[in-house]
Design a protein. Structure first.
Length: 367
C-alpha cells in the first residue's frame, strides 16, 4: 500500500483512512463527509489527490499522437489551454478519462490513479516515431483547491493573478514561492484550480494554503475522498469503474459530446457502428425516497421487470436527496420515468431526473 507525502498529516488530523487505488487515502476528517462537501460548495476545500498520475508527451509527433489517442479535438488548443477527453479502446469503451493541458513544450496529461499503469502501457503500445513519453507521476505532487472562494485564496498566495486565468486554461507561476503548474480545472462542480509542483514541497504547499485561508478569513478545510465523490456525483462527473469503464461505451455513458467524429481516434469506428445500431441502455440519474441506493442494486420497472443496475449511489448534501446513477434500458431512460430501486430486497420508488443534479460553475457562468 502506497502513501502520499501528506499521509502523516492526514493521520494527525484525525482522518479516517482507507485503501483507494493502492494508496492509503483520507476518506473523511472529524468534520464529517457531509460538512466537508458543504464547505467546498460555500468556500474552499483542499484535496490531496497525489494518487493521480501525470504523463508528458513531447517531440515533433506529439500533437498527432495525442489527437489520435484521445476522443476530443486537440488541434485547436492554444498553449496553456486544457481540455477533458476520453481514452477509448477499439471497442469504443473507456480505458480512462483524462485532463489534457497543452504546454508550450509538451502535452501534460492527467490520468486516474487506478489506471496509471494500464494507461502507460496503452500510450507506449501506440507510440509512434517522433514521440517521447515521460511518466512524471512520482516526482510531481497534485493538490486541488476547489470552491467559490478558491480563486480569491489563490490570488493571495500566487505571483500571477489566477483570477485572470480563464476556465480550462493553465499557467506556470509561483504559489507560496514554489514553482507550480496551475490549471483552472477541477472535479467538484465548483470553480478552482489543480496544482502540480515538486513532490518534496507537498507539506509546505498544503499547510501554507490552510494558513493563508485562516489569515484571510476564508474558510478553508481539508476534504476527503468521500466528499470528493459526492461533489463529483452531484455535478454529473464520472468515476472510472462506475459510470465509465472498459465494459461501458462512451455513447451509453452520455459522452457523445466528448467524441469528435470529424477526426480520427481509436474507438471511432466502433462508436459509429453502435450509433447506427442504436443504444440498448443509457446512463440516468434516479432520485429515490425511502432508502439509500448502492452500487450493484437492481433497477426494476413498475411491473417488476429488471431493467438496469445502479453503478453509484449516495446521499447528495447540496440537493438534500438520495440518488443513484444507473444504466437502464433505453425505453426507461426518459426524464420523469417512474421506476424502482431494489433496496434490501424491496422495490423502493424512484424517478429518472435531469442530469446533473447540480449545475457546475463553468456552466453557470455561461448561463
Amino acid at each position: 500500500m502506497k502513501e502520499t507525502r501528506l499521509h502523516d498529516w492526514h493521520v494527525r488530523a484525525g482522518a479516517r483512512m482507507a485503501p483507494f487505488a493502492n494508496y492509503d487515502m483520507p476518506i473523511s476528517y472529524p468534520l464529517g463527509a457531509v460538512e466537508e462537501h458543504l464547505v467546498t460548495r460555500r468556500s474552499v476545500g483542499l484535496f490531496d489527490i497525489d494518487h493521480m498520475g501525470q504523463f508528458e508527451v513531447r517531440g515533433p509527433g506529439a500533437t498527432t499522437f495525442v489527437s489520435k489517442l484521445v476522443s476530443m479535438k486537440m488541434s485547436d488548443l492554444k498553449d496553456w489551454d486544457a481540455r477533458y477527453s476520453l481514452l477509448l479502446n477499439e471497442r469504443g469503451t473507456v480505458i480512462d478519462d483524462l485532463f489534457i493541458y497543452k504546454l508550450p513544450d509538451a502535452w501534460w496529461i492527467v490520468v486516474n490513479a487506478g489506471n496509471r499503469m494500464e494507461d502507460w502501457e496503452w500510450f507506449n503500445k501506440h507510440k509512434t516515431a517522433g514521440v517521447e513519453l515521460v511518466d512524471s507521476s512520482d516526482e510531481t505532487y497534485m493538490i486541488a483547491v476547489q470552491g467559490p472562494r478558491a480563486i480569491e485564496l489563490m490570488d493571495k498566495v500566487s505571483e500571477a493573478k489566477i483570477s485572470e486565468y480563464p476556465r480550462f486554461t493553465s499557467g506556470k507561476t509561483k504559489v507560496l514561492g514554489i514553482p507550480c503548474l496551475v490549471g483552472r480545472t477541477g472535479y467538484t462542480g465548483e470553480d478552482g484550480v489543480e496544482l502540480f509542483f515538486p513532490a518534496d514541497k507537498a507539506l509546505e504547499i498544503w499547510t501554507g494554503l490552510l494558513d493563508a485561508g485562516e489569515k484571510a478569513g476564508i474558510e478553508t478545510k481539508a476534504i476527503g475522498l468521500a466528499a470528493r465523490d459526492s461533489l463529483r456525483f452531484e455535478a454529473g462527473m464520472p468515476l472510472h469503474g462506475h459510470e465509465i469503464s472498459q465494459e461501458i461505451n462512451a455513447l451509453e455513458a452520455g459522452f457523445k459530446w466528448a467524441c469528435d467524429f470529424d477526426k480520427e481516434f481509436i474507438g471511432k469506428e466502433a462508436l459509429l457502428a453502435i450509433q447506427e445500431k442504436g443504444l440498448q441502455r443509457k446512463l440516468v440519474t434516479v432520485t429515490v425516497t425511502g432508502g439509500v441506493p448502492r452500487e450493484g442494486y437492481e433497477i426494476q420497472s413498475l411491473q417488476g421487470e429488471t431493467i438496469g443496475k445502479v453503478v453509484a449511489g449516495m446521499y447528495c448534501p447540496t440537493v438534500k436527496a438520495y440518488a443513484a446513477n444507473a444504466f437502464v434500458a433505453v425505453d426507461y431512460a426518459k426524464t420523469g420515468t417512474e421506476l424502482a430501486v431494489v433496496i434490501r430486497g424491496k422495490p423502493v420508488p424512484g424517478v429518472v431526473v435531469k442530469r446533473p443534479l447540480y449545475i457546475p460553475a463553468y456552466r453557470r457562468a455561461k448561463e
